[in-house]
Design a protein around this ligand. Sequence first.
Ligand code: GDP
Ligand code: MN
Length: 385
Amino acid sequence: MNIHEYQAKEILSSYGIPIPRGRVALTSDQVERAAKMMGGRCVVKAQIYAGGRGKAGGVKLIHYPEQAQEYGKELFGRNLVTSQTGPEGLKVRRILVEEAVEIAREFYLSITLDRESSRYVLIASAEGGMDIEEVAHKSPEKILTLIIDPLGGLRPYQARKIALELGLFGTVCEDCVELIMNLYRVCQEKDCSLVEINPLVVTKAGWLMAMDAKITFDDNAVYRHREYPDMMDYSQLDPLEINAGKYDLAYIKLTGSIGCLVNGAGLAMATLDVLKECGGEPANFLDVGGGATREKVAEAFRIILQDKDVKGIFVNIFGGIMRCDVIAHGIIEAAGEVHCTLPIVVRMDGSKVEEGKQLLSESGLNVQVGVNLGDAAARIVQMLG
Ligand code: GDP
Ligand code: MN
């Protein structure tokens, strides 16, 4: 689960990490008033669930309040497209107005989960700012990493080593040690899968400050934090993803044309692999879960049908706990509602498989039943070919 920059900064601030003074505006008039409060010169920042705003015109240094208002109008009026948003971009509903800070140096600092070691890893670089991806790609030796032992936790001497390697010394170095320790506390106590400060800056006056912040909460831990659901900005999410969330379906939009309805994450992965091998391009990853009900299958089918990129549907279900006839009913219910004429190929196995297949073939839908997974995948690819 993502949150906005200003929310991430509030959290950092509550852990003693210095951030610029700022205000969130919902209208361009508020942007102007906030700019006045900051003394005219300020930085106006579009709040969207994506980075790369600096290069896309979503972050701007402003010199007087009227200019802030004008820029606010422009941002609120259109979708912001950055290298991280996809071609449609994201709607700007909130704007952060911050005091302008004179920057002397920019660093990169983050803590995230390393899937390989199954541990938190701290990543830092003296070459922070907007081109960190390029630094990581072209000169990986400039990226410092430290895998954190979950039992011992992060130790101040380790944080100090990082701060020194970043080229900091004296009181700024000690401030940086404290900041890194606090960032690790945020990560643990707030159940984050990522906390990122880019850039972390040393101001011309010599203070350390988080100029940008990104926090991603671990979805599996959201239930432990009652305040998290209210922090979500639904305007930043794909409406289909919101619906999937309501029904506890794992849905991820992909770029192809074959909608996939599968039960179980492992089977879903295998399904995508087999489709790809047959030359097909999946439009999504949709897992209805092991014990899916008829309602859940119907809702999953509705979500797939609302995706305009879907030209055909591939259903791959193993009916264990879940009976195949129940699944067939769910499909027929959802497809019938919208008079779906798209080609559907079903591969089913398990309890009541014959009943399920019969229901589908008598349903009047444009449906074929595959003999096995390979055969079914080849069929849907061929039908769309
Ligand atoms: P991102 O591009 O989405 O990561 O947005 P950032 O918040 O990182 O802003 C992009 C860049 O704007 C930063 O790397 C800074 O160089 C610059 N920036 C942001 N706030 C200020 C500020 O208060 N003063 C100055 N001089 N530059 C800023
Ligand atoms: Mn940034």
